[in-house]
Ligand binder design. Sequence first.
Ligand SMILES: Cc1ncc(COP(=O)(O)O)c(C=O)c1O
Length: 497
Amino acid sequence: MLISPDDQLSFEKSRPGRRGASLPADRCAKDKLFEKIPDHFKRRRPLLFPELSEPEIVRHFVNLSRKNFSIDTHFYPLGSCTMKYNPKVNEWAAGLDAFANLHPLQLEKTTQGILKVMWDLEGYLREITGMDRFTLQPAAGAHGELTGMMLVRAYHDALGQTKRKKVLVPDSSHGTNPASAALLGFHVIELKSNARGRVDLETLEKHLDDETACLMLTNPNTLGLFEEEIMQITKRVHEKGALLYYDGANLNALMGIARPGDMGFDIVHLNLHKTFSTPHGGGGPGSGPVGVRAKLVPYLPVPLVTQQGQNYKLDFDNKKTIGRVKSFYGNTGMLLRAYVYIRSLGREGLFKASEDAILNANYLKEKLKVAYKVAVDEPCMHEFVLSLKSAGVHAGDVGKRLLDYGFHAPTVHFPLVVEEALMIEPTESESKETLDLFVKAMIEIAKEIIEEPDKVRMAPHTMPIRRPDEVMAARRPILSYRDQLRERILLAEGAPT
Ligand SMILES: Cc1ncc(COP(=O)(O)O)c(C=O)c1O
């Protein structure tokens, strides 16, 4: 008898009594282990977990993982996210017993290894960006922005400049920039870009005044373009007594080429989980260190790692600190991975990574512009944006159709300044052969849009699911087994467990 796909795919696999492990029942009984557990710790009814044998569990999870797209399985040109390959040596280092089994409350003399890693990493980040000091605490890019905005506020408050309440944010900046400023109570002013997708100096000038606290700039911006008038921008902002914040999440385009510190920026955040190859996606964990120039160092969160002779210590004595922004010292596993990445590539390797990221993006842009409109058709940095102008087929449909061709979708409908945007970031990890296959698929899809638009509109056709509610899937994912759900309901009803 043939087994129907429904039977094979059926989610319910639990059978009463099946086990993946067995405890020595006779010993448990002999030692009267159960009786030794105090009554109030005892379960009053069995756990409502699925009952399965070990191979069934292994198969279940391996099969689930094979339904996924990941950087280890597919090309992942998700613009703005820098989904570069995560070298396995980073994982090896982060998994070493001496690091993985550390406890954050251990005495300093027993944690010298990780403190040295943090101190050295900070040194590398200082050198790469041209900043004076870093906090490694923030757990994401947006968290770095929030920390940066807290520093802006603390700095102006300390100078008695309390009326500086405006934060200027170009419309080509990352969406988290205005959100972070607004969270701190700043009044966000959006600056409209010029026709070439860059900051318009006249518009900037118009909004700059003695109420301006800061300009927040994403560079390269979300169109993948470098702000060519950057020195003019920083000069004018400083002349008005405001600070300059650099969203350096896109530093993958700049390593060894240009430094925010040299451009005159006061604060910068980096996304280690993009530029420095620590894995991300699915919401974390990440790491968004924040670097500052000397005048802002006294406000940095504590503790800072410092070196004293041969030793490293946690310094809680930063005079005007804004306090902690994360429990303990940040996501040290991510810091370790970034440290290994930087050490294994070295100065030349980091420069080459940026150079190749830019080369790959420009190669794809030139190949794709025969079939798609480029939002700003100029040499780009590490990414570029296409604008899909086609009645009835949307950028999101192209993203879905790409899944059928074996590619993760680019970022779609972002940046908001481009209609029907497809934002493509190949990263430096990809070979010319992979890029050529992607071009082939994209050109094929462009043909389908004209000849069989429904095929694109209804895509994907080969995936286990087609079009989930993406917002709800991210905001309220249902990841637990249904019986756990039942247990939660019982708990909510006051049933004892
Ligand atoms: C330019 C830019 N800024 C900020 C962020 C926010 O970083 P995170 O998602 O880690 O909060 C991102 C995310 O990719 C980004 O691309």
